[in-house]
Design a protein around this ligand. Structure first.
Ligand SMILES: C[S@@+](CC[C@H](N)C(=O)[O-])C[C@H]1O[C@@H](n2cnc3c(N)ncnc32)[C@H](O)[C@@H]1O
Length: 377
């Protein structure tokens, strides 16, 4: 039975029912009875499986991590191999290689026929998602931050992710080129899907000039340029990030079309001239105070009728979801600077900054991004 957060919290009219229901479901006798009864055993089994999925989630992620780090999905993409052959290739003890490959089969990433393993459809799909392998690979940092989850939730952990993304602490914060490069590559790789989803959901047909604020290494604008040959483009980001964008625009043959502006939206007024501004995966990096100031900055930079597009993974708000309220919420908390907000929270902040016609645009892949749009009028 599904009960919303609202129903569960407080002593509402049905709280007596939920307390009774929970006592019943928690009792061993009831569970045993429900797992035998024809009418309830399907539900009991599904609930049991769902519960065990949560229990084993970390082990599942670590199997995925090992498969990615050892490039197993690549190695078995074209041709099937025995466990012994893979053990030799991966320099793993054969019995351990077998366990890893079996685990990969159990997760649907590999398949096995007559003792030979190959990459399954889901594993092949993983390889086709831009940036997904890089994202999985950098999870060693996240997992170290979450090693003591109670300390983490108490706010007692000195998180590594807060250092991994040092630029978010302010303009000029990104002083280490190696860190910037790692960040930019990861962001740019994963930007492909975000750009695809954003451009599928919002139309830029009437936009004359788009400025991508916090545009990073320019992956989003490169996608826009490809789709819309006439639109004017500018990118605003910290000066340390700008050279990466320039290189991308030169490679894509659009350097002439894009103006790159180095600056900090915390300290500098955003330039005027664009009739649309995009904030792609920017707000969730920052505190409410910074977001408020940024949105006011955006408001001032836009003309009457100008549009703002916010695209980033969001919390489900009153109806929490796994991508937004488990993964991105914890990730942002580990970064210690921002948070995953719900579309409604973002809409409220937009309204407070003076924007109107605020619309939440549902996307087909909310685990990639969600979108809120508005207009300055
Ligand atoms: C999470 S990344 C997103 C990059 C890109 N929009 C994307 O989706 O791939 C956030 C971006 O905001 C930029 N940023 C952070 N603080 C900034 C500031 N104070 N002024 C300008 N840009 C900033 C970062 O350099 C980075 O490129």
């Amino acid at each position: 039975m599904r009960d919303t957060v609202k129903q569960q919290s407080g002593a509402g009219p049905r709280s007596g029912f939920f307390a009774w229901r929970n006592r019943l479901v928690a009792s061993r006798r009831f569970q045993s009875w429900a797992s035998r009864l024809f009418l309830t055993r399907g539900v009991a089994r599904r609930e049991g499986e769902a519960l065990f999925d949560l229990v084993s989630g970390f082990a599942q992620s670590q199997v995925l991590f090992a498969l990615v780090e050892l490039r197993v999905l690549h190695l078995l993409l074209e041709q099937a191999e025995t466990a012994d052959a893979m053990a030799a290739r991966l320099s793993l003890p054969p019995d351990r290689a077998r366990v890893l490959l079996h685990a990969g089969v159990a997760l649907g990433l590999l398949s096995v026929t007559a003792g030979r393993y190959r990459t399954a459809q889901r594993g092949a799909a993983l390889l086709g998602v831009p940036g997904l392998e890089a994202m999985i690979s950098h999870h060693d940092v996240l997992y170290r931050d979450l090693a003591d989850p109670v300390a983490f939730f108490r706010g007692e952990t000195e998180t590594e992710l807060a250092r991994f993304w040092p630029y978010v602490f302010g303009a000029g914060g990104a002083v280490e080129p190696a860190v910037t490069a790692r960040y930019s590559d990861l962001m740019a790789d994963s930007q492909g899907l975000v750009a695809e989803e954003t451009l599928r959901t919002v139309s830029l047909a009437k936009v004359r000039h788009l400025m991508d604020v916090g545009g990073g290494s320019g992956a989003f604008l490169t996608h826009v340029a490809e789709k819309m040959p006439k639109i004017g483009l500018s990118l605003f980001d910290l000066p340390v990030v700008a050279p990466t964008a320039r290189a991308r625009f030169v490679t894509a043959g659009i350097a002439e079309r894009v103006t790159i502006i180095g600056g900090s939206f915390r300290d500098d007024a955003l330039p005027c001239g664009a009739d649309a501004i995009s904030l792609i995966r920017v707000l969730y990096d920052h505190s409410d105070a910074t977001v408020r100031a940024l949105l006011s900055n955006v408001y001032r930079a836009l003309p009457d009728g100008g549009r703002l597009i916010v695209s980033e993974p969001m919390s489900g708000g009153a109806v929490p979801n796994r991508p937004g309220d488990v993964y991105f919420a914890l990730y942002c908390m580990a970064m210690r600077t921002g948070r995953a907000r719900s579309a409604d929270e973002i809409a409220t902040l937009l309204g407070q900054a003076g924007f109107s016609q605020v619309r939440v645009r549902p996307t087909s892949r909310p685990f990639v991004t969600s979108i809120v749009e508005c207009v300055r009028d």
